[in-house]
Design a protein around this ligand. Structure first.
Ligand code: ADP
Length: 258
């Protein structure tokens, strides 16, 4: 049975094609989320990679911020449930997921069956989300995927005191003008995201094991600082950004294989 998960995010479109609920046949990830041509293109990329036509798919499930705008899915499912299912499929021992995406951060507690039990979300403030990192990367002219390597070279991480992204942007520019080294600034920026998300997580009963999902999981400096903030190790998968789409495809299998 072929099931297809589509995660239309605020910044990025992701797809996973699953065979029989476990075997990943193809994935796609394309920058550009809701309101762009990327969701459709990401669908086509994944189908082409697997050599499969849309007609051969048994069940399509759409999730993510833009899920209600996609036509032709069999099920529309919240990203909380999908991240839980995707993380559970990858790490069956995970009970806490810290998801940092392009415009929000969520802490999800799940049961041994991979079903979401509780969650807490910050979707009101860009600080503590990928948006904060994206803004700073643009200001500093550093690719967002190189921030962690640069942060690793820091000798004296800067402290970013502003709690608002707009003020923090001015603060970063002024620290740069005052001669703060780029690695120290970037380490401070990554720490700032981790501390914010860490305080969100600490409002929940964080249970072992813990993993990250979402695009910011790929930033090792944020991961490390988040581990220090919550006092627990965090499992990492290079597919963390695909967990929502993976969970959507898994949801389709659970529904349609019955
Ligand atoms: P959404 O679903 O809201 O579009 P994602 O979970 O796809 O969000 O994550 C997007 C975020 O991940 C962006 O803010 C982006 O900067 C960040 N990101 C993507 N790739 C990387 C990478 N290689 N290193 C660090 N951050 C990344």
């Amino acid at each position: 049975m072929l099931t297809f998960g589509i995660d239309i995010g605020s910044t990025t479109s992701k797809c996973v094609l699953l065979r029989d609920g476990t075997e990943i046949l193809a994935t796609s990830l394309l920058v550009g989320g809701i309101g762009t041509a990327s969701p459709r293109k990401a669908v086509e990329m994944a189908l082409e990679a697997a050599g499969v036509t849309e007609a051969e798919i048994d069940c399509t499930v759409v999730t993510g911020y833009g899920r209600n705008r996609y036509e032709g899915a069999d099920y529309i499912v919240s990203e909380l449930s999908c991240h839980a299912l995707g993380a559970h499929l990858t790490f069956p021992t995970v009970r806490t997921i810290i998801d940092i995406g392009g415009q929000d951060a969520k802490v999800i507690i799940l049961g041994a069956d991979g079903k979401m039990q509780n969650f807490l979300m910050n979707d009101k403030c860009a600080a503590g989300t990928g948006r904060f990192l994206d803004v700073m990367a643009t200001v500093l002219l550093v690719p967002v995927n190189e921030m962690a390597d640069m942060a690793a070279q820091a000798t004296d991480p800067a402290s970013i005191s502003s709690t608002c992204t707009v003020f923090a942007e001015s603060e970063v520019i002024s620290q740069l003008a005052n001669g703060v080294a780029m690695p120290d600034l970037i380490a401070g920026i990554c720490n700032s995201v981790a501390v914010r998300v860490g305080s969100l997580a600490k409002r929940m009963n964080i249970q072992n094991d813990v993993c990250m999902s979402g695009g910011v999981a790929q930033n090792g400096a944020v991961r490390k600082a988040l581990e220090a903030s919550i006092g627990k190790p965090i499992l990492f998968s290079p597919q963390a950004q695909l967990f929502g789409a993976l969970g959507a495809a898994r949801y389709g299998w659970e529904k349609c294989s019955k």
